[in-house]
Design a protein around this ligand. Structure first.
Ligand code: ASP
Length: 309
């Protein structure tokens, strides 16, 4: 039995001082710890990496604290449009959804696309029809309503600006969630889920549901879940870039992740972070912002729940 491990994130960015009270910080830490433990328990009981990342992300989607599932930000039309993707590093199977509404756990719908359809990526109305065929129950707008997120939206509605979650200014924090895991068999997987950006319009889709950009897994190299300025993460093909540096340049997980987050993505103007594991259970969690909600745990004794650097 090899080392097994899991890492999760709840978004990266400038965590505005003054918005974070000690009580709120405790809530974030507790939510991260719970999601982490739920995923870790699956691995400890011999479960698969793909099950562990799905369950950890579901946990984060159910929390109003993060910009995914229940806590998703408002679009320009005062609705919620969510994106998610999941990838299995053993088979290279993947599933993704974007622009979906009313689905409690977008990550499970992404997994259903992977396992119950012939396709990889379903979007908008078609994805919703697929969900209905699978008898998904739709939540109403109240389930997704959150005072703070509604206030953020009111501040910029009727303008052309859109912003990353939870900010006073454009440059604040992102709240996308993700998980990566390595199971006892050395199989790895990645999952990412988001509500995108406040006041987004025109069917804007970020990196989170794009295989290779915001999410990627391959047993040969790594499993990666990203958070940050999606447009830049798409152009940098960030998650796959980490994998390529490992595969073609022989870099370690740590070095490849750092190279991408602290050099390559910065060079094109992107900010954010990622979490990654390899099939030996190593973990990397670099970010180039002030903070990133993150947590990790491995059978070799690593355990961390952190927000700032
Ligand atoms: N990457 C996400 C997006 O652009 C945002 C985030 O990470 O919070 O949709």
């Amino acid at each position: 039995m090899g080392t097994f491990s899991i890492a999760i994130h709840g978004g990266a960015g400038t965590l505005v001082k003054g918005m974070m009270t000690p009580e709120l910080e405790t809530k974030y830490r507790e939510a991260l710890k719970q999601a982490l433990d739920t995923g870790y328990n699956i691995l400890q009981n011999g479960g698969t990496a793909i099950d562990a990342v799905e369950i950890a992300v579901k946990h984060l989607e159910d929390s109003p604290l993060f910009n995914a599932g229940r806590g998703s930000v408002f679009t320009a039309e005062e609705t919620h449009e969510m994106d998610a993707s999941i990838m299995d590093g053993q088979t290279l199977n993947a599933g993704a959804v974007s622009l979906i509404t009313g689905i409690k756990n977008p990550i499970s719908l992404a997994r259903d696309v992977m396992e119950k359809s012939e396709h990889v990526f379903l979007a908008g109305e078609g994805a919703m029809t697929f969900a209905k065929e699978l008898n998904y129950i739709l939540e109403d707008a109240n389930y997704f309503y959150d005072d703070l997120r509604h206030k953020q939206w009111l501040e910029i509605k009727d303008t052309d600006s859109f912003q990353l979650d939870h900010s006073l200014k454009k440059d604040s924090k992102f709240g996308t969630v993700g998980a990566v895991a390595c199971d006892q068999e050395g199989n790895i997987a990645a999952a990412t889920s988001t509500g995108g950006m406040t006041n987004k319009k025109w069917g804007r889709v970020g990196d989170s549901p794009m295989i290779g950009a915001g999410n990627y897994a391959n047993n040969k190299t790594c499993a990666v879940s990203c958070t940050g300025s999606g447009e830049f993460f798409i152009r940098g093909v960030v998650a796959y870039d980490v994998s390529c540096l490992m595969e073609h340049r022989g870099m370690s997980l740590e070095d490849a992740s750092n190279e991408v987050i602290n050099k390559r993505i910065l060079e094109i103007g992107g900010d954010g972070g990622l979490i990654a594991v390899d099939s030996k259970g190593n973990i990397a969690m670099p970010f180039n912002t002030e903070g990133m909600y993150r947590a990790s745990k491995s059978s070799s004794g690593v355990e961390e729940v952190s927000i700032y650097k």
